[in-house]
Design a protein around this ligand. Structure first.
Ligand SMILES: *Cc1c(COP(=O)(O)O)cnc(C)c1O
Length: 358
């Protein structure tokens, strides 16, 4: 089989989304979060399109290395910081900022004999209970960092929200308050917001907004799509029909025969499956687009293939393009059907899929 499944990445959409988010965030600066290979869109191409960002956020030092190798001179923040003492030298060599969220990292810094000033983001656990120092420890940790000559004197104070995508959820208001109390009187820029908080929690704007999903045109707000927030989806995932079959009434489709034809009908087989990152959990009825019409997935998604009810497009032919998600079919709808979020779907597109830029 040739590579029929294609993820096309709209670089102009990324650039336009960045401009929109910068305007929304202003006067705060904008960190473009490009972890997980740019939410599955491809790190280098995404960074090229987002080069106007004030900084990049990555999850791993290796991603910072890739960005430096591609020639990026922007600030790059490693969102979980060093994982071992030896990472400190690597962070300095690549001129990467480090998030410091744990005492072990503080101790590695204090044990250093010297070194060029490392730029540090001190992470406060304001209630998510994933990474960060407890509020009552923040002043002490800040003081210990501030007296180290091997730490840059401007320490950014940051926290992360657990539920900012729920605009009515009181937890975010509590987190904003807990962060303010923990950092009161300490110098340095503040960074609280992710994409959803940029939309729904203006009180959390701070000095640095860390946006990922919205840059790619993705939403995690229940019932909303990227377009609802004024951003353009950057990924379009499509493939082709490799078979169109007429199947008799009562016959079952695919593994385990989970769907039966209610009448004699045309069934299309599209060259994409969970081996390409299309979710196996997508149930019968999940939409796809064919000749600009919606057709429904039927039966189980296989590794390389999936079946489509072609009754809405009886003239469909082998070779026709099938769109799985994109600007005309929000990935949020597919994610909702599959019981996940849009981020997981774009991150999950596999290496077998051909990536092109448009
Ligand atoms: C992933 C991440 C973000 C970006 O979140 P989005 O919802 O994609 O905007 C921001 N901050 C931290 C610490 C993250 O891990």
């Amino acid at each position: 089989m040739s590579r029929l499944a294609v993820a096309s990445i709209d670089l102009a959409a990324l650039t336009a989304n960045l401009a929109r988010l910068r305007a929304l965030a202003a006067p705060a600066r904008l960190m473009a979060v490009v972890k997980a290979d740019g939410y599955g869109h491809g790190l280098e191409r995404v960074a090229r399109a987002l080069a106007g960002a004030d900084a990049f956020g990555v999850a791993a030092i290796a991603d910072g290395q890739r960005l430096r190798a591609a020639g990026h001179a922007e600030r790059i923040v490693v969102l979980s910081g060093p994982d071992a003492p030896g990472d400190l030298a690597e962070l300095r060599r690549l001129d990467l900022d480090a998030v410091i969220h744990h005492r072990s990292q503080l101790e590695w810094l204090e044990a250093e004999a010297g070194g060029a000033p490392l730029r540090v983001w001190l992470k406060v656990d304001s209630g998510m209970h994933r990474l960060g120092f407890a509020p009552q420890c923040v002043a002490e940790v800040h003081a210990r960092l501030a007296r180290l000559p091997q730490v840059h004197p401007e320490i950014v104070l940051m926290t992360h929200f657990a539920a900012s995508d729920e605009f009515g959820n009181a937890l975010t208001a509590q987190q904003i308050e807990a962060f303010a109390a923990a950092t009161r009187g300490l110098p340095g820029p503040r960074s609280l917001s992710n994409s959803a908080a940029l939309l729904g929690w203006p009180a959390a704007r701070g000095d640095w907004v860390r946006a990922g999903g919205l840059l790619y045109g993705l939403s995690v707000v229940r019932g909303k799509t990227g377009a609802d927030h004024g951003v353009v989806p950057a990924m379009r995932l499509a493939t082709r029909l490799i078979a169109v079959n007429r199947v008799a009434q009562g016959e079952a489709i695919g593994y385990a025969g989970t769907w039966r034809c209610p009448e004699a009908m045309p069934v299309g087989i599209a060259a994409i499956g969970y081996g390409d990152g299309y979710p196996r959990s997508a149930p019968s009825g999940t939409p796809a687009l064919l000749r600009e019409r919606e057709v429904a997935l039927i039966g189980r998604v296989s590794m390389d293939l999936l079946a489509l009810d072609l009754r809405a497009v009886p003239d469909a032919r082998v070779g026709d393009e099938v769109v799985l998600w994109g600007p005309d079919l929000p990935v949020e709808h597919i994610a909702a059907a599959a019981g996940t979020i849009s981020y997981e779907l774009t991150c999950g597109v596999t290496r077998r899929v051909l990536f092109v830029e448009r």
